[in-house]
Design a protein around this ligand. Sequence first.
Ligand code: SF4
Ligand code: SF4
Length: 171
Amino acid sequence: MKPLNLLFMNLIEDWKRRKKTTKKHHQKLINRLKRETPKKLNALADTVHEEVFNELDCLDCANCCTSIPPIVNRTDASRIAKHLGMKSAQFQAQYLRQDEDGDMVMNTSPCPFLQTDHTCLIYEYRPKACRKYPHTDNFEFANHFKLHQQNTMYCPAVFHILERIGERLLF
Ligand code: SF4
Ligand code: SF4
C-alpha cells in the first residue's frame, strides 16, 4: 500500500494532467447540474466536499494562495492589522490593492502571507474569502456555478468534487 501522502498527491497530479482536456466536459456538467434542485445538490456537495478534502491535503497544493488574490474586506483588514501590530491604513497601503471590480485584494500573487512550506502566516486571522474558499460546502455549492467552472482550473478539490457529484447524480 502506498504511503498516505502519495495518495493525497495523486488527486493533485490527476488534476494537473486532466484539467485542460476536461474543461468542456465540466462546462456541460455544470450546465446539467443547474437543473437539479439546489437543496439536493447542496446536500450531496457537502458530503463530497468532506470526502475529497479527507483525501487531499491543501498543504500539498496551495494553488489558491499562489494564484488568486483574496478579497480583503475592512473587517478582515482591521483584524489582520491588529494581529500584525499595524494601523489598518498602514496594512492597507502595504498589502492591499484595488482590483478591476473595485474590491480590495492582496497586492501580490503568491499571497504575501504564504510561507514556503505552504502554511499561512496569518491563518487564524485570514480573510473571510480564504475561509470560505472554494465555496463547495455549507450548502453554498449551488450559488457558485460560474465560480466552480473557473475554479476547476485552479483548485484540484473543486475539480474532483465536481466530477464525483456528476458521477453520483447523473450516471
Ligand atoms: S491570507 Fe493565508 S489563506 Fe489567504 S491567500 Fe494568503 S496565505 Fe492563503
Ligand atoms: S486550490 Fe483548492 S486544494 Fe489547493 S490549497 Fe486551495 S483549496 Fe486546497
